[in-house]
Design a protein around this ligand. Sequence first.
Ligand code: HEM
Length: 197
Amino acid sequence: MSVPETKIPETPEPESSSFVSNLISEIVYSPVNLLLTVIIVVLVYKILKSKFSKVSVEAPPPPLPKIRKDMTVAELKQYDGTQPDGRVLVAVNGWIFDVTRGRRFYGPGGPYAAFGGKDASRGLATFSVTSSDKEYDDLSDLNSMEMDSVKEWEAQFREKYDLVGRLLKPGEEPTNYSDEEQEETENADHSHDKKEK
Ligand code: HEM
């Protein structure tokens, strides 16, 4: 009696390796797939390169020296960001703020450029990005809700930006802030002295 031949089944390749080899042969033997693969590899390389090589983006310009000064509406007008130093000032509720940090809002081409170098109070209160060329706007016709809104904006500006001074009414005299500056420097000197002792 002959023993029936037992066929040993061929061990199938693991699924993953057959998938990979199929993929590779698909890519290598089809020029379209090869081209697409090259394009994908080049694009991925470019994306990764741009992500990791941009270590130093343009350094921000050094902050401008602080100014402390009361101004008339006419004086304020020049600080709309078009000067070479790019300084932008905005007045809110009778106070002038240095909003140069927010140049992208108030500088030339910004969404709120109409407020740059201007008294923005009325525009902010009435939710309209416009400013008038009036000599001085006393805001006396605004209702109490609008005035509350002006005050809220003023508080927000105080928190975010440096105070420059007061917006002068016609005939009003500017405050002399040089005493204040001197005091500040003296205080700074004293603290320095204390530290050294
Ligand atoms: C569709 C209407 C508006 C949209 C979508 C809008 C959007 C914005 C956004 C997203 C910011 C914050 C930007 C940031 O901090 O990065 C902002 C800030 C501001 N918006 Fe508007 N805004 C609109 C209308 C107005 C109007 C009508 C006014 C003026 C009356 C105004 C005045 C301001 C001011 C003063 C700031 C503060 C900028 C700063 O931080 O100094 N916005 N707005």
